[in-house]
Design a protein around this ligand. Structure first.
Ligand code: PDD
Length: 283
């Protein structure tokens, strides 16, 4: 079965799906995106993601090319057409195609691309059981990473740096030595039965998985604080985690040369994952 993608109003064979060479996404990274997780054919926290997409669009002064309800329609069509059971939806909007000029082009139609992909649940389960390894690197990103833009060169380099050290994620360290977040995930540590994550600001993305996990923690009366943490805190952490639309809640067992806890996933991994799964909304 060939994959089907949505490109500017049309459903196309994925391998023949094209955008123009002068698309502003390609030339300037002038666009925003969202990643939605899919579990059992249902979209996880659809409204949270679509609201964040609208916020990102507003921040870069770009009008949505289609109505809010049309996004849901096209995403659900792609889940169906691609027979996605567990997987992800990638959605990207750029300012469109125009002769290269930094200023916003006049009368330019935004480009909208949506793709769908199946993910193997046993791969996720295997990673969850083992836990992942993290490498810390400098946070070299721009100052508005609260906007989910396609300008991802710094995270690409950070993730590759991690991969070169046989790690699955990088944690980004700001100028004061604190972790902002992962290159494509939210970062958490657990100390004395309390979970810590960085407070919201322009220096991190407001993770939708983060939000649902917090909802689940509150419901289950699990202790949690929004507070910055640094390498020293990581060194003495009992457990650590990342969260994202595709990794859900994923335990971290090593950061640089430090084992977290005893180097195996801790007792809270299942508890937090369960709290998250109970808190999500499926559409
Ligand atoms: N990334 N922080 C960053 C920098 C991210 O790129 C992501 C998600 C998150 C977690 O956000 P959420 O829980 O809403 O997925 C935090 C996606 C998955 C990606 O770029 O592929």
């Amino acid at each position: 079965m060939s994959r089907i993608s949505y490109v500017n109003g049309m459903y196309c064979d994925h391998k023949d799906s094209l955008v123009h060479i002068e698309d502003r996404g390609y030339q300037f990274a002038d666009g925003v995106y969202e990643v939605f997780g899919v579990i059992n054919k249902k979209i996880i926290d659809y409204h949270g993601h679509i609201n964040r997409l609208y916020r990102s669009l507003e921040e870069i002064r770009l009008k949505s090319p289609i109505s809010k309800s049309s996004y849901l329609y096209h995403i659900q069509r792609l889940i169906f057409k691609n027979r996605i059971v567990d997987g992800l939806i990638y959605l990207q909007i750029t300012r469109g195609v125009a002769s290269r000029d930094f200023k916003f082009p006049k009368n330019c139609k935004p480009s909208l691309v949506i793709t769908a992909k199946n993910l193997l649940t046993n791969e996720y389960e295997n990673s969850f059981k083992k836990g992942i390894k993290v490498k810390t690197v400098k946070d070299l990103r721009w100052k508005r990473v609260d906007i989910k833009t396609i300008n991802l060169l710094a995270p690409v380099l950070a993730k590759q740096d991690a991969a070169d050290s046989k790690c699955q994620e990088s944690w980004l360290i700001d100028e004061d030595g604190f972790v902002t977040e992962g290159s494509s995930s939210t970062a958490w540590i657990l100390k004395k039965n309390t979970l810590y994550t960085t407070p919201l600001s322009n220096s991190i993305l407001n993770g939708i998985t983060r939000k649902s996990l917090i909802k689940g923690l509150k419901k289950n009366k699990l202790k949690f604080i929004e507070k910055k943490f640094n390498i020293k805190d990581i060194k003495y952490a009992d457990e650590a985690f990342i969260t994202s639309a595709t990794q859900y809640v994923m335990p971290v067992v090593r950061v640089d040369n430090f084992k977290i806890g005893n180097g195996k996933i801790g007792k809270y991994a299942d508890i937090f994952r369960k709290a998250y799964m109970e808190a999500i909304q499926l559409t």
